[in-house]
Design a protein around this ligand. Structure first.
Ligand code: FAD
Length: 474
């Protein structure tokens, strides 16, 4: 039985959110902290692994300079000189032309077709005289803010590809949370912010750990462990037992055996819809209709090793056009500056549903699909591919279909009535959030603990409100 003077914390999930919580708890002197992670490594979607001597991530990952100072200070301290400060150097394919990303004023004016620039200008002029384009949705919010041209050529096809739904079927919240430039004014300010003399601190730059983005999680995990937290890998959470309205223990499967972790608090970063099915309680059962309504978009990552030093000088290519199946291509060597003569790896992101054919394609088929896409995008001929590797993310992006909010709120309310159970992180709060947001959530959660081990629910409710203002950086 857990000792009430020293609460026992069981953290579900060893991604950045769970690890940041374990790190902060152990820094605060809490002795009984266990992290349960079903994978064989930490980092979740923000982890890394090595392919042909080159660290690679699960799709393009960057640490954005808007990272809150307390989180940034810890990452700097933990990574030291391994945290590289890099210029952003990407490209978007728009109407068959390449424009720099982040957007730059001169580049836009010289590279975009005159018809596109004229279309955007005309949208801006007629904006005050246009009516709202239909009932509130991702589509109507963005069309109102950005005009038809940018939406038709960029946001709508890109949204369809990433989320697999027509932009009209997506909740307005998706536009608020996911699109930082949701009006022409904001977009113009951001583009002008690239001009010398008008640069915002950090504009056009990002931080990246020398050994891959997952180095942030590795460092958090090592720091938590050295302060006494216990990390259990290959540990799949299979049940959370609730008695008399309060969490008592977590059950997990380790090498086919069931292990029981008694606890005072369960801090969960696993998908909230998965958690809801795992709770065993004699009290009110989970709202299963709501659980079924919360959907996630999945993603296949296709890694091609090429027998050349560098494929292009760009870190990432973005493909809004629907004729190209992948949404983004990154070249990890251009992030980490890894020295690996005679080879490079490309990472292609292919968003899909788990019942789409792409999810179950073979490596050979996926490799051929990516090569075809790159050739369609004018990036061919693709040099000799020496190896194709793939990874699958079942929970890549939360899907904000219309009505998702009611479903999430119903589950969240049910979870909130279980004493000692707190959900956070990208999967726990069904949010699109960046890594720095999820770490900030973990820090805020630990701040809600009193020295006597009590949890300040009001402070947590206030912190949760503040998370609603998170806007994702790309
Ligand atoms: C393609 C892509 C690109 C991205 N690019 C960026 C970027 O450039 N910058 C940025 O800041 N963010 C980026 N993100 C977001 C970033 O990946 C997330 O913010 C981060 O991973 C969230 O961390 P988390 O700990 O909340 O969740 P996760 O990383 O999802 O971790 C959850 C953990 O729970 C574990 N788990 C699940 N179920 C169980 C179970 N039953 N038992 C035990 N463990 C379980 C999982 O294995 C996982 O390790 C990107 C995301 C994607 C998909």
């Amino acid at each position: 039985m857990a000792d009430t003077t020293q609460p026992a914390f069981v953290v579900l999930g060893g991604g950045p959110a769970g690890l940041a919580a374990a790190y902060k708890l152990s820094q605060c002197g809490w002795k009984d902290v266990a992290v349960l992670e079903r994978g064989s490594r930490v980092g979740g979607n923000a982890g890394s692994f090595v392919l042909d001597g080159i660290p690679v991530d699960f799709g393009s990952h960057r640490l954005h300079p808007v990272c809150p100072p307390p989180v940034m200070a810890d990452i700097r301290r933990l990574l030291g000189d391994d945290l590289l400060n890099r210029p952003r150097h990407g490209r978007i394919r728009l109407r068959g032309r390449w424009v720099h990303f982040p957007l730059k004023p001169f580049d836009l004016l010289t590279r975009l077709p005159a018809s596109f620039i004229g279309g955007v200008a005309w949208d801006a002029v007629r904006k005050p005289f246009t009516h709202d384009p239909g009932p509130p949705s991702f589509a109507s919010i963005l069309e109102r803010g950005l005009g038809r041209t940018i939406c038709r050529d960029f946001y709508f096809p890109y949204a369809q590809k990433i989320w697999g739904l027509a932009p009209e079927a997506l909740d307005p919240e998706q536009a608020k949370r996911r699109v930082s430039n949701s009006s022409l004014g904001k977009m113009v300010r951001k583009v002008l912010g690239a001009l010398p003399g008008m640069k915002r601190p950090g504009a056009g730059r990002f931080f990246y750990p020398r050994h891959g983005y997952g180095q942030i999680s590795d460092a958090l995990s090592a720091a938590a462990a050295s302060s006494g937290a216990r990390l259990h890998l290959n540990t799949n959470v299979t049940g959370v037992t609730v008695e008399d309205g309060r969490v008592r223990s977590v059950e997990a499967s380790v090498d086919g055996q069931t292990r029981v972790f008694p606890c005072t608090y369960v801090l969960s970063t696993i998908p909230v819809s998965v958690l809801a099915r795992l709770v065993r309680t004699a009290g009110p059962v989970a709202p299963l209709d709501a659980v079924r309504q919360l959907q996630q978009r999945s993603m296949v990552l296709v890694y091609l090793t090429l027998d050349i030093d560098q494929f292009t000088e760009f870190d990432a290519h973005y493909f809004p056009e629907t004729a190209i199946r992948i949404s983004r291509l990154s070249e990890p060597k251009n992030y980490s500056l890894t020295v690996a003569p005679g080879r490079t790896v490309l990472c292609a992101e292919l968003p899909c549903a788990q019942d789409d054919p792409e999810w179950s394609m073979t490596e050979e088929e996926l490799g051929a699909l990516v090569v075809r896409d790159l050739e369609t995008a004018g990036l061919g001929p693709v040099p000799h591919v020496t190896r194709v590797d793939t990874r699958r993310l079942p929970h890549a992006y939360p899907l904000y279909t219309k009505g998702y909010r009611e479903a999430f709120d119903a589950i969240d309310h049910w979870v909130g009535n279980i004493s000692g159970l707190v959900t956070f992180g990208r999967q726990g709060l069904f949010a699109h959030d960046n890594t720095h947001h999820t770490m900030a959530m973990a820090y805020a959660l630990v701040d809600c603990l009193g020295t006597d081990g009590s949890f300040d629910h009001q402070s947590w409710a206030r912190a949760r409100k503040s998370f609603e203002h998170h806007v994702v950086e790309d």
